[in-house]
Ligand binder design. Structure first.
Ligand SMILES: [Zn+2]
Length: 309
């Protein structure tokens, strides 16, 4: 891994305090009567090999070359989402939080929510797609628990909660320091929020037009969130689909606890989106990640939405 990489967000002096952040950090999309806002938590620099643990270096290089990216490390997007439906204001995942020096360019979700005028106390529900630290870490930041409503409902699959009591890393391929950090973050999350967790088995209706369904694969209790209203649909797929997987749905990711199942889940979700025309959003597809999916032989194409600004 490179050690000289810039670890600060890209900024520019616009001559006014508080306006210097160059990146656009939130993107709104309407799904029928439901409002969805994708918020960038920042980016995580990671080795490219993490994206493709089951392919040759030559094949990996070819893909990264084709994307005009470096061959050794790349910046992995990290997105969360905010959904407003009726009386419900729902946060999906929470970013990586703080305490990880190498990931200092991420962990921005809470600040960006607040700068968008979203008071954490207004959240009625939180859905956690899975309990990896880049999804629960934002809730673990000091002071966040106190800002949330004491009775905020946190929807997590029962299988996910059970898995992290004794997690199995035997099929993952992660940098050595990562599994202990993941265990620690999951334990802290349960310690802080155990009483708020509303576990669900296969699916849960969170709000009108908003539901979560367990897919497993990436982790045993990994879920995706479906937003459906007035004939329109968007699925936030969490970590089921990564950028590289549109071209190579069979490329395994080192963070997958069951890579074979993760592949099946991914292909099923991509097929589903291609057939239904639903929008997808994803935790680790380049911000804002919102796209349609087209099928192209045994590959898929991500068709990004036109930014509506
Ligand atoms: Zn993730």
């Amino acid at each position: 891994m490179e050690t000289t990489r810039n670890v600060q967000p890209v900024t520019v002096d616009l001559g006014k305090e508080g306006s210097g952040e160059l990146v656009s950090s939130r993107y709104a999309v309407r799904v029928g009567d439901v409002n969805v806002v994708v918020i960038s938590d920042g980016v995580l620099p990671l080795p490219t090999s993490t994206m493709s643990t089951n392919v040759s270096e030559a094949d990996r290089n070819e893909w990264f070359d084709g994307r005009f990216l470096q061959r050794d490390t790349f910046d992995w997007a990290l997105n969360v989402a905010l959904v407003r439906s009726g009386e419900h204001l729902i946060l999906i995942d929470s970013g990586v939080g703080d305490g990880f020096e190498y990931f200092a360019r991420a962990g921005q979700s809470v600040r960006r929510l607040e700068s968008a005028g979203i008071d954490l106390a207004a959240l009625t529900d939180i859905v956690i797609t899975h309990m990896h630290m880049d999804h629960v870490g934002g809730l673990n930041v000091d002071g966040v628990r106190a800002k949330l409503r004491p009775d905020v409902r946190i929807h997590v699959a029962a299988a996910e909660v059970a898995f992290w009591e004794n997690p199995d890393f035997s099929k993952t391929v992660m940098p050595e320091a990562v599994p202990p950090a993941l265990r620690k973050a999951a334990a802290k999350f349960m310690q802080l929020y155990g009483e708020n967790v509303v576990p669900f088995d296969r699916t849960v209706n969170v709000a009108p037009g908003v539901s979560a369904r367990v897919t497993g694969g990436h982790t045993p209790g990994h879920c995706v969130v479906d937003v459906a209203s007035k004939g329109e649909k968007l699925t936030f797929v969490g970590d089921a689909i990564f950028e590289v997987n549109f071209d190579h749905p069979d490329w395994q990711n080192g963070f997958e606890h069951d890579p074979e199942k993760a592949k099946d889940v991914r292909i099923a979700l991509l097929d589903e989106a291609a057939e239904t025309g639903a929008l997808l959003a994803a935790a680790h597809v380049g911000f804002p990640s919102v796209c349609h999916v087209a099928k192209d032989g045994d590959r898929f194409r991500s068709v990004p939405v036109v930014w509506d600004y």
